[in-house]
Design a protein around this ligand. Structure first.
Ligand code: HEC
Ligand code: HEC
Ligand code: HEC
Ligand code: HEC
Length: 218
């Protein structure tokens, strides 16, 4: 028993140590475009707000749309969803984390629209309404027909009918997959807080394919 406990503690110390050592490789939110505060590294950032998390989370008066969600949530309910006839699943209007992402990325809401402010925080390089400007690749708009299907329920029936899917989806590291309700969302591929890949933004794995093969069989 003692030896077991010791082995577990040693393992924890070793893994914490190695994660600190590799800390330079794994970008944290502070070095990404999701640092929207004055210290942000991207072109779109606040001219006065120093807090980083506040653009998406608030400690009080948060909305129930997400975990302590502190940003105005998109009001759009008329997204064009992925519509190829080959699809076994049925994309729904954005829900879950997808709805949270689209609260900035559909380009209909000001990036600085922090809940509770009388007017959005002033940001650089945004459109007239404070939104991510049209024409930027990060403005996905409300037409999602060119985006991997999101807000779809991934069930065993879907997997059987679609044939190219793995059931159940399996990630040994338990990072990539469906959300708690069994839906594929933006967060199935992206982690809004950090990136494991140099090449793919907010990517959950080191490589592109590592993400896809959690759910797909080729
Ligand atoms: C650009 C938006 C954005 C910013 C900035 C942001 N988050 Fe998040 N965060 C999200 C979203 C979206 C989720 C929901 C993810 C999901 O449902 O899978 C989330 C979820 C979380 C959760 C719940 C656990 C999890 O990972 O799902 C915690 C805790 C959290 N964020 C902490 C923070 C902290 C601390 C900061 C500041 C250092 C921060 N976040 C900044 C978007 C953001
Ligand atoms: C509070 C607003 C906000 C929310 C909410 C938000 N983002 Fe972003 N995101 C931005 C801005 C602003 C940028 C920078 C856009 C640019 O420079 O064109 C960005 C950039 C990105 C990029 C590109 C990063 C790069 O390095 O090129 C990805 C990918 C992304 N976001 C995914 C997501 C996902 C997925 C979610 C939900 C889990 C999300 N975002 C939620 C504001 C937001
Ligand atoms: C199947 C995985 C996957 C899903 C699901 C996904 N993305 Fe992405 N996303 C990517 C990849 C890969 C890139 C890198 C650019 C590329 O190859 O198109 C990317 C790029 C982006 C960018 C940067 C702009 C660009 O085109 O370079 C943003 C912003 C973004 N995604 C937001 C989102 C949002 C918001 C959602 C949900 C509506 C979402 N993504 C769902 C894989 C995904
Ligand atoms: C969390 C699970 C998951 C991840 C991760 C994922 N997919 Fe998917 N993907 C699905 C599901 C579920 C469908 C819907 C299949 C259906 O209903 O027929 C789908 C649909 C697709 C389709 C459209 C098929 C059609 O019939 O139009 C393509 C192409 C695709 N995925 C490629 C990718 C690629 C490339 C990646 C990695 C960047 C990826 N997927 C990551 C679950 C996932």
């Amino acid at each position: 028993m003692r030896i077991k406990v010791f082995a577990i503690i040693a393992f924890i110390i070793l893994s914490v140590h190695s994660s600190i050592e590799s800390g330079n490789e794994e970008r944290t939110i502070f070095n990404t475009k999701h640092n929207l505060s004055v210290s942000g590294k991207g072109p779109i950032k606040s001219s006065s707000e120093t807090r980083v998390c506040v653009f998406c989370h608030s400690s009080h008066n948060a909305s129930k749309d997400g975990p302590l969600w502190g940003h105005e949530t998109t009001k759009s309910n008329s997204f064009k969803t992925y519509d190829r006839s080959t699809l076994a699943s049925k994309p729904e209007q954005p829900n879950g984390a997808t709805k949270l992402c689209l609260s900035c990325h559909d380009g209909t809401i000001a990036v600085g629209a922090i809940r509770g402010l009388s007017k959005p925080s002033t940001m650089s390089n945004v459109g007239g309404g404070g939104e991510i400007p049209a024409g930027r690749r990060s403005n996905l708009g409300t037409d999602l027909t060119g985006t991997h299907p999101v807000s779809i329920q991934f069930s065993q029936t879907t997997a059987v009918n679609a044939k190219h899917l793995r059931w159940p989806p399996h990630d040994p590291a338990d990072k990539v997959g469906t959300d708690r309700d069994g839906y594929v969302q933006c967060t199935s591929c992206h982690d809004p807080h950090s990136s494991k890949s140099e090449k793919y933004p907010f990517w959950k794995k080191e490589t592109f394919d590592e993400v896809c093969i959690v759910c797909h069989e080729f």
